[in-house]
Structures are given as structure tokens and as C-alpha cells.
Write a protein that binds this ligand. Structure first.
Ligand code: ADP
Ligand code: MG
Length: 310
């Protein structure tokens, strides 16, 4: 099930939340939707789920407009809102039965509730009140309600925010498992999360899409192409020998024998370093190029004033 977002614009009074946003998510993809606070992520997700009406533009889920009121298309969408509002006084199982009943009235909803509690690891907590759950378990209840009707598209707004590191990994694994057979858009500001589970990354800033590419390609984005190499020598050379390398911007002695060399441009300087070592009779113990991390690209793109890249 694909999602096609075409020239969406949304304003709140004078505030432009989304400015001509266009992107496509293909069937079966897990896409990371990332951007700083206030970038427009939640607004976009609500519009996809037809909870908010855009000023202009269109959204199509599998060719249909979710705002058309068609129950068929609503059944195909699962949404985990950012603040995950739940009914604190309801018991876990009771709440999930209630949600299941909204979507189906057949006799199978009871077994579906049990299945979903199994998938999301909620069985041991099923008789607790939602208010008594830890944040991680509350998030599982949120995910359970988002997938109880077996939607083909999942829209998850910061599903791991506020969780501890162990809970983050558990929820992340759960999303990866679910994502193997669904189309997923996941917003987050945790870059490792995107690197761990998303095939594609869409970066949004100030209401505009500024990058949209496969996760493995995103390292080539950014305004300042740079190249960083970490080299380990058997004995420390003098710092000035690195001056002869073209475009050197930064030289750091990380620890005895180990140096970080950063150059501008995309040229690989590993061969230069090797030649330098030979010239100065230095023994290289290791030499590796540091890949630019999504985090670096994100900072470069969202902190820059020029948001018109791509
Ligand atoms: P994100 O989820 O990326 O943090 P949001 O979509 O929540 O961003 O918000 C985008 C922009 O729209 C922000 O500047 C925010 O202040 C504004 N905004 C969001 N909701 C409302 C609202 N109900 N009324 C007025 N402004 C809003
Ligand atoms: Mg948000």
C-alpha cells in the first residue's frame, strides 16, 4: 500500500506548518520521517490519517483519499499519536477489546485481542489499569491499538520518545517485525533509530522536505562534503607532517599514536597518508575512513539557513 503526498500546505494562522510537501512511500517500505521540533512531522502524519484538513494538496493511500470518509481506507491505516492518549482508568485488556469492537463486531475480536497482546508482549500486564503501567508498556498498548485492526499502513509519531534504552530497543524490534509486512512512516529525532530500522529517510525542516533518499545514500547529503580518516601509527609523528595533505581542515591527536584527519571535499586521503608514512618512516597499524553519520547530515541540513537542497 503506497502513500502519495502531493503539494500539501497547512497553516495555523500566520504559522506555516507545511509548505508544499511532496513525497511518496512505496508499499512495504519503512520510512524515517525526521526533523527538529516544530518541523511539521506531527501535522503531516495527522493529515495522512485524515485527522487534520490541509489548506491545499492531496494525500492518497493506495490511490484513495483517507479524508473521503471511506471506512475501507480508514481500516487500512493504523496511527500511534505523539502523546499516545489512552484511557488511564481502563484495564489493558478491556481497553483493547473496546478498540477492537470499534473496528469489528464479529466473534473473532476476542481472539484478535489475545493475539495482539501476545505480539506486543502485554499478556503479563493485561489485568492492570493503563495508569499503572510503565511508559514502555503504555507505549505497547498504543502500538497494540494502532495495529489491532491489522492495518496495512502504520503511521507512528515518535513511538519511542520518553522510553529508557532497553524499552527503546524492545519497541524498535517490535516495529521492525511489524514493518516486515506493512508500509510504515515513523517520526523520530533519534538518528540511531532511523539507521537501525528505516530503509529510507525523509528530512523535514520548517515545513519543507530537504532530503528524501535511501538511508545508505543520505551520507552524501549536506552542504560541506568532508572526509575523515582515523590513522594509528606505531609511534607519534610530528603534527606538522599532516600539513602537506591537500585540504586538511582538522588534525586531532585522539590518543597516543592515533590521529583523526579531516579534509574538505570528497577525495580519499588514505593513499596520501600511506605515502606520508613511507616518507617519514612511520609504521601504520590501522587506517580507516569514518563514514558521515546521519546525525552529521541532519545537523548540517537543519541548522543551515538554506533549506532548498534537493
Ligand atoms: P513536529 O511534530 O515536527 O514537532 P508539528 O507538526 O507539531 O511539528 O508543528 C509544526 C508547526 O506548527 C510548529 O511551528 C507548531 O508550533 C505549529 N502548530 C502545530 N499545531 C498547532 C496548532 N494546533 N495551532 C497552532 N500552531 C500549531
Ligand atoms: Mg510532533
Amino acid at each position: 500500500m503506497s502513500i502519495v503526498v502531493d503539494r500539501i500546505r497547512k497553516t495555523y494562522g500566520a504559522q506555516i506548518a507545511l509548505d508544499d510537501v511532496t513525497f511518496t512511500v512505496n508499499s512495504g517500505e519503512i520510512v524515517g520521517f525526521i526533523g527538529p521540533n516544530g518541523a511539521g512531522k506531527s501535522t503531516m502524519m495527522k493529515i495522512i490519517c485524515a485527522l487534520l484538513v490541509p489548506d491545499s494538496g492531496s494525500v492518497k493511500v493506495n490511490g484513495c483519499d483517507p479524508a473521503s470518509g471511506s471506512l475501507e481506507i480508514k481500516k487500512k491505516l493504523g496511527y500511534l499519536p505523539e502523546s499516545n492518549p489512552l484511557y488511564p482508568d481502563m484495564y489493558v485488556e478491556e481497553y483493547l477489546r473496546y478498540v477492537a469492537a470499534i473496528y469489528r463486531s464479529d466473534s473473532k475480536s476476542g481472539s484478535r485481542v489475545r493475539d495482539i497482546m501476545g505480539i506486543t508482549g502485554l499478556l503479563p500486564e493485561k489485568n492492570k489499569k493503563i495508569a499503572a503501567l510503565s511508559k514502555g508498556y503504555r507505549q505497547r498498548v498504543g502500538l497494540a491499538q494502532a495495529i489491532i485492526h491489522e492495518p496495512e499502513v502504520l503511521i507512528l509519531d515518535e513511538p519511542t520518545s520518553g522510553l529508557d534504552p532497553n524499552q527503546i530497543i524492545e519497541i524498535r524490534n517490535l516495529i521492525s517485525d511489524l514493518g516486515s509486512e506493512k508500509t510504515v512512516i515513523l517520526s523520530t529525532h533519534i538518528m540511531q533509530e532511523v539507521e537501525a530500522i528505516c530503509k529510507r529517510v525523509i528530512i523535514i525542516n520548517k515545513g519543507k522536505i530537504i532530503a528524501n533518499d535511501l538511508a545508505e545514500n543520505i551520507g552524501s547529503y549536506g552542504i560541506s562534503p568532508s572526509h575523515t580518516v582515523v590513522v594509528e601509527f606505531k609511534r607519534d609523528p610530528e603534527r606538522k607532517i599532516f600539513d602537506s595533505i591537500l585540504g586538511v581542515e582538522q588534525v586531532k591527536n585522539l590518543k597516543p599514536g592515533t590521529w583523526l584527519i579531516q579534509t574538505s571535499g570528497e577525495t580519499d586521503i588514505r593513499a596520501d597518508l600511506f605515502n606520508l608514512a613511507v616518507k617519514h618512516e612511520l609504521v601504520i597499524l590501522s587506517l580507516h575512513r569514518k563514514e558521515k553519520k546521519l546525525e552529521d547530515v541532519f545537523r548540517e541540513l537543519t541548522l543551515s539557513n538554506d533549506t532548498s537542497i534537493n
